[in-house]
Design a protein around this ligand. Sequence first.
Ligand SMILES: [Fe+2]
Length: 285
Amino acid sequence: MAYKLEPLERSFGAVITEINLVNIQDSDFDSLYSDWLKYALLIFPQQHLTNEEQINFAKRFGEMEYDISELSNVKKDGSVRDPSNDDYVKMLKGNIEWHHDSTYMPIQAKGSVFTAHTVPSSGGETGWVDCRASYAALENEMKEKLKNLNAYHSYEYSQKERYGHKSKEESEFSGYGFDVDPKPLRPLVKTHPETGIKCLTIGRHIYKIPGMEDDEARSLAKELEEFSLSNQEWIYHHNWKKGDAVIWDNRCLMHQACPWNYEEPRIMFHSRIAGDKSSELALNH
Ligand SMILES: [Fe+2]
């Protein structure tokens, strides 16, 4: 192995140094991919990737759902967006709630590469939680209850209805995934297609569970989320430095953005790796 790996003192995650993500040899990439499956979150301090380098790195992990998207509160003209009345900022605030990416799309994302370009003086961390560890620790009775339960996921519900987005025509925010129809139905417990490890698929986008009243469904989703957040060994928050890059496995981790002083600029770039249809396609698509 031609790089240095230090596991986080958690149930998941590792920091990797002595590597340049721009030119990884194939043999090193094979071991990096295995480490990614094992640790689910890899952190690469101080890589300073350009957008093109980021996309090329992400593409080594699979087909892309989309190449790159700027997650930022800075407008094209360089001014900071109005924190109180801007759909982009509402989207950034919505990301504070724990979620997996693209559970509201027909195909859930496989993973994401995320890089820091401008960071605020404090706050703005990204957090992850290990849904393999939390599933494994559930009582048998709960595991039995979850066995045959599925949940509908909707970004239209989790963002538009709850954060008061304007209509598509009036908003600069694209509303990616708002109009997916039918809303995807996913098992609450999935088996990871590459590791075979069971994990929870939960988070903010759940809004209905067939066979349950909506209140009951949302409180079950909340209970599973709170249980996943009940052990500090399953959670890690990264305090970004400009130039850091990470890649996470979206099939078994949830993540959240942390708030910061929205008067300060924060510019991040996100590349989303597409899920494999054979394992990440919703049951009803
Ligand atoms: Fe996200």
